[in-house]
Design a protein. Structure first.
Lengths: 120, 872
């Protein structure tokens, strides 16, 4: 059973994702900012991280950089889920090594499909 | 301290030598107040220092001038012969003067030690003055010649001269007061008693027109001497350090002379009254206390005289030795030798030449003293010295203000002037005073009466002194002017003529003010510099030069600037004439024609002014660039802020929409959502819709406020009621979280304001505070006071929360600002609260700030003006 880490500081959004992913049978963990995310990645070693970008303190890009810099988490997939929809941000995210970049608002259905596809 | 203007002014008082100390009193006793002329000249000259001395100093500092001989020879194109001539004139002036000092010193020494009023002449080996002269000579020889560059200040010497000046004045005033007020009952008493014995009336002053003329010439003589005496040139020009010194000396020095002369005439009269006319009047200052049995006072007077002698001899021989070595001995004998030697050896040789020069001038002075009898009054010898030095006046003063003066005129003028003195004064003086054989004078030259030395052309109403001065200066000037007008000087002297006359524009660091046309190699010139300055100094100087004019290391040909630069450097060490010769040896110099000189001078002047213009323009330009850069930075900053703002707006708008979108999608797609979660999702949708609404309203509010489209409902109302009205809405939360909201003093005052908006501001701030304070212990205090100092109403809202991080303080009133430190839970709010509050307060012409000094939490301070002129 794949582990998914949801990183977002908006509880209402987290709630919907958590419900939808659990229903699909994933093991779901939640972090509310970048720091917490890094801690959880180290301890639970998730298969995939759903990562918001605009968060207080450590932002999403920095979390991804951490993941990619450590060999241990090389295989961890990351999908950005962000309100930032400028082409430059999307490009940056993909270049840093994200598997996908979804802009808010997103369709939960499409997101879960993407996750299932990536984790196959 | 050593650069103090007072030290400088007192250093000038080296003017007052033993001649002043003893000779003035003697002269006053013999001929009345005529001695005063010697001091009136300098007093009259002092106001002119600001023009003349300032100019001389400027030129001298620019060209490393080390003596008056250097100065004059530089003016006339580094003329070697002129420099040597001036040196000889100076020597002729100084050496009798030094012998006068030795005479005074040894005679007063005898008086003080023997206790008798008689002065005897001993064999030179038994003569105390021989040993005095010897020790003086040794002292100066080793003390004054320590540094090679004679153009540099010798601060230690200046300081000790200043000290000695104070000493001699003090002792002289003491003896004056002692005589006038202790031995007599004041000045009136002396005058009355003197009237009976001598014909005071005849001593009082000008009896007829001829004595007026004599006075005039005597004053002129001392006027010239204060500029030209080598020791005065040394103290006033070479030892000059800063601008303040001249302006201070302009009044301190005349004051000093005044103080020195107050008692002279009274001491003289008192001496005549007390001692009769059988004593040497020159030493009345010592004889009076001795006759009263007051030997302590006599010794004190002697010490004052001694210090005046020492400073005079030290400075004079120092100046003389520099001139002798730099302007006479080196250029005429040693230059060839130097060219082949190494620097340390050259330096040593030069120093030794100076030492020998010092020593031999004092020795010569002693010889002269031994030759002259004891009977020659001090005053007369001093005048000879002045008379000789006055011959430099035409070349010095004309040279400063007239660009056509030529070296030929200067040289011939000085020679003729000196010859006139020889004939009209020195020879008769020697014949009468030393050889004591007046017959040598009569019948005068070729037996022609109108050529009598003292009455040439029948002028018989002048004293021999003024007669000689008048005639010598007249001839000197005429010859100078004639040769200058009819024989053009070479390009070099015309060139320096321009520099001297236009010295006010002289840039002290400029090497371009001189014209030079020729070919020389940097290497050759450097090798000369090395010989006199040493490897290290030369290297440093050349590096500075290359940097200043941005000349590359590869440049092998020297240009005019380098030639001038090197000459200046060498001038300090060997004098300007020698420097020129040394450089000329390696430089293949071509004469420059006058039009060429004028053209280049004009160009350099233009270059100077255009470079000034350029400089001011470039400063303008730099300012402008700086402003542009700042404006650009501000724009970039604003742009970035706008970017951030849009990002934030997008984020803030999309977040609730995302939540609504996702929740609604799940509810729609998934029919199996448990009731509990379904309810939660519906609640979330509602809350987020509300959040969205609030956000949009806030954005619109802010936009309206900022653009001025929102009209405030301004009314004159009691502001305390407004503040009170903001508080009750928090009652519920206060109770729930067990917090305290304290009302402190809230002054009543009628202020024009929009009650609803101010309430909104207060609500915003209190809600903010509530987000950060802790349950149970949290406390918020609100106060409102009239602040008379700023004429405003001051509302303070303080909490005991964590406070705003220092780095965040400048941004808290920005749109969307939310503290970076909110880690755990994001406080609710659009991020517009404080920005809207700020806008509202600003429309009220007020201010809203964070009190940075408040450390117990956060304190927001709102100031609203008590009277508001106009609402926008």
């Amino acid at each position: 059973m794949s582990k998914i880490l949801i990183v977002d500081d908006e509880p209402n959004i987290v709630m919907t994702l958590e419900y939808a992913l659990k229903k699909k049978g994933f093991e779901v963990f939640i972090a509310r900012d970048g720091d917490e995310a890094i801690e959880l990645i180290k301890t639970i070693e998730p298969n995939l991280v759903l990562l918001d970008i605009m968060m207080p303190k450590v932002d999403g890009f920095e979390v991804l950089e951490f993941v990619k810099s450590d060999k241990q988490f090389n295989q961890t997939k990351v999908i950005f889920v962000s309100a930032k929809n400028k082409a430059s941000d999307v490009e940056k995210g993909i270049q840093l090594g994200a598997s996908d970049y979804l802009t808010k608002p997103f369709s939960v259905k499409k997101l879960t499909e993407k996750i299932e596809h990536i984790l196959k | 301290m050593v650069n103090s203007p007072y030290v400088y002014a007192l250093g000038l008082a080296v003017y007052c030598s033993a001649w002043t100390y003893y000779g003035s009193v003697g002269a006053a006793a013999r001929t009345g107040p005529q001695f005063l002329t010697i001091y009136l000249g300098p007093v009259l000259a002092a106001p002119l220092w600001i023009i003349i001395l300032t100019r001389v100093v400027k030129i001298s500092k620019s060209y490393n001038v080390a003596s008056i001989a250097d100065f004059i020879s530089l003016r006339y194109g580094n003329n070697r012969a002129l420099g040597a001539l001036v040196t000889l004139i100076c020597a002729a002036s100084i050496i009798p003067y030094i012998s006068l000092q030795l005479k005074a010193l040894s005679e007063t020494f005898q008086l003080v030690t023997s206790g008798s009023t008689e002065i005897s002449h001993n064999n030179w080996l038994e003569d105390t003055s021989f040993y005095i002269a010897l020790s003086l000579a040794l002292f100066v020889t080793f003390f004054g010649t320590l540094s090679l560059d004679a153009s540099k200040n010798k601060k230690g010497i200046m300081f000790s001269i200043a000290f000695e000046s104070i000493l001699k004045l003090l002792f002289f005033l003491i003896i004056g007061i002692y005589v006038t007020f202790y031995l007599f009952n004041g000045t009136g008493d002396i005058y009355c008693q003197a009237e009976d014995i001598i014909k005071v009336k005849s001593l009082e002053g000008l009896s007829e027109i001829t004595s007026g003329i004599n006075w005039f010439f005597n004053i002129a003589l001392s006027f010239l001497a204060i500029f030209l005496l080598p020791r005065q040139f040394q103290t006033s020009v070479i030892e000059y350090a800063n601008k303040k010194q001249i302006s201070k000396a302009m009044w301190v020095f005349p004051l000093y002379l005044l103080l020195f002369n107050i008692f002279v005439i009274f001491i003289a009269w008192a001496g005549i009254i007390l001692l009769g006319d059988n004593v040497n009047y020159d030493y009345l200052t010592i004889l009076i206390p001795m006759s009263q049995g007051n030997n302590t006072l006599a010794v004190m007077v002697f010490l004052g005289g001694l210090s005046s002698v020492i400073s005079m001899v030290v400075v004079s021989t120092l100046a003389l030795s520099t001139m002798l070595s730099n302007n006479l001995i080196i250029p005429y004998g040693f230059l060839g030798k130097f060219s082949g030697e190494k620097a340390p050896k050259n330096e040593k040789t030069i120093k030794n030449i100076r030492r020998i020069a010092v020593f031999s001038s004092i020795a010569l002075a002693y010889g002269l003293y031994a030759g002259i009898g004891t009977d020659v009054p001090l005053f007369d010898i001093g005048l000879i010295s002045f008379l000789i030095i006055a011959q430099l006046a035409p070349s010095f003063f004309f040279g400063l203000f007239w660009n056509r003066g030529s070296s030929k005129g200067a040289i011939i003028g000085i020679i003729i002037g000196f010859a006139v003195i020889m004939y009209t004064y020195l020879w008769p003086f020697i014949a009468i005073e030393i050889l004591e054989n007046p017959i040598l004078l009569t019948p005068s030259l070729f037996g022609v009466e109108f050529l009598h030395p003292h009455y040439i052309m029948g002028i018989d109403y002048l004293t021999p002194m003024t007669h000689a001065l008048y005639l010598s200066l007249l001839m000197n000037c005429c010859v100078y002017l004639y040769f200058s007008l009819f024989f053009k000087g070479n390009y070099r002297e015309r060139n320096y003529g321009e520099v001297f006359v236009n010295a006010d524009d002289l840039d002290e660091n400029s090497d371009t003010s001189l014209v030079w046309d020729g070919k020389a190699y940097m290497e050759d010139i450097q090798s000369i510099l090395v010989r006199f300055l040493g490897e290290k100094r030369t290297k440093r100087a050349v590096t500075i030069f290359r940097k200043r004019y941005k000349i590359s290391e590869d440049e092998i040909l020297a240009d005019a600037r380098f030639i001038n630069f090197s000459e200046k450097l060498l001038t300090g060490a060997v004098g300007s004439a020698s420097a020129k010769i040394l450089i000329a040896k390696v430089a293949n110099e071509k004469p420059v024609s006058l039009p060429n000189v004028l053209k280049i001078l004009q160009e350099s002047k233009e270059a100077f002014s255009s470079s000034k213009l350029f400089e001011s323009q470039s400063i303008e330009l730099r300012k402008l660039t700086e402003e542009l850069r700042k404006a650009n930075e501000a724009l970039i900053f604003q742009d970035k802020q706008k970017d951030n703002f849009l990002d934030t707006v997008a984020h803030e708008l999309k977040t609730p929409i995302t939540s609504i979108y996702a929740s609604a999608e799940i509810l729609q797609e998934d029919t199996e959502v448990p009731q509990e979660i379904r309810q939660q999702f519906l609640n979330n949708i509602l809350a987020d819709a509300k959040r969205l609404t609030r956000l949009i309203n806030d954005i619109l509010d802010l936009e309206k406020l900022a653009s001025g489209r929102e009209k405030l409902d301004i009314q004159k109302m009691d502001i305390s009621k407004t503040i009170e009205s903001a508080i009750p809405s928090f009652d519920a939360i206060k109770l729930r979280r067990n917090l305290k909201i304290n009302r402190l003093t809230i002054d009543s005052y009628e202020i024009e304001h929009d009650r609803e908006k101010i309430t909104q501001v207060l609500t915003n701030i209190i809600s903010n505070a509530l987000k950060f304070i802790q349950n149970k212990v949290g406390e918020i205090s609100i106060s409102g006071k009239i602040d008379k100092s700023t004429a405003s109403y001051r509302i303070e809202i303080a909490d005991n929360g964590p406070g705003i991080p220092q780095q965040d303080v400048p941004f808290v009133f920005d749109k969307f600002y939310q503290s970076q430190d909110q880690t755990l839970k994001k406080p609710k709010g659009s991020g517009f609260g404080l920005a809207i509050s700020k806008q509202i307060i600003e429309i009220h012409n007020g201010k809203i700030n964070v009190d940075k000094l408040y450390s117990a939490g956060t304190k927001i301070v709102i100031e609203i003006p008590l009277k508001k002129d106009k609402y926008e």
